[in-house]
Design a protein around this ligand. Sequence first.
Ligand code: CA
Ligand code: CA
Length: 168
Amino acid sequence: MGCSVDEIQEPVLLIDEHGVKHCSLEFVREFFTKADKDKSGEVDIDELVSLLMTLGMEINHNTGRDIAATIQIADDNENQTLEFEEFKQFLYSFLNAPANDLPSILFYVGDRDESNTIDEAELFKILKKVGAKASEEQVRELMKVLKGDKEGIDFPTFRNLLEKLGVI
Ligand SMILES: [Ca+2]
Ligand SMILES: [Ca+2]
């Protein structure tokens, strides 16, 4: 049995040793189905906002803008709506990134496997999204230096990298 909207609370969240919140896939699916009122297989901003409001979230000008910005970053195929995979990344970012903090939003939306690090493939996607000017070769070299023998880079390193590349 899944969770209903009224039951969405802490228990569906797993908080890891870094304090990062993760949703179970079952929960994301349930949440997606609830949000996708017209059953089109994608969630638009109106559907999302109305669901968040039914969850008791107050949506003002600022939160609305923040949600819109996060949707834009999560919207991989740029059709202005969120398909399931995109929705999953939206939710992950929404749970973890502080409002209006672009580097954090990019980090969590971009961290597809929720590893709390950004690997090379994830980084390329993010940089493409923000239209970074660096070449693939430059980024690959930078990444090699930054991650050392680890799988990817952590948030402070990621933020630094965005600054170096002039993205933020
Ligand atoms: Ca989309
Ligand atoms: Ca990752």
